[in-house]
Write a protein that binds this ligand. Sequence first.
Ligand SMILES: [Zn+2]
Length: 121
Amino acid sequence: MKSNSRIQILRRRAAENQRWQCYYCQQPMWETDPKIFSARFRVTDRAALHFRCTAEHLEARCDGGRDTEENVVAACLYCNKNRHKRKRPKDAVSYGDLVRSRMEQGRWHPVALTHITAPTG
Ligand SMILES: [Zn+2]
């Protein structure tokens, strides 16, 4: 895998702006080590995979969306995969609404994270 490709740089920048919370579901994400994440949030390593930080194009690439700072946000793998699983992916705004309402009903992520106040720094 290429390191420091443009999309990786954009993803990391977006993730930092979002404080490593998913653009859609606001859950915390990890970048390199699922084990630290699973220990911190008390989930299995397998469950932690859903929360991997991925680059998400607000305007999908197939619709002409480009790799630019304005178009790339950081989303967890679960939200990213579910958006693009649809034949006709929803636009980012309506997909975000869907995720938020599902989250409120507890019907989105199959695992719930035990929220521990994150240490600062
Ligand atoms: Zn998410």
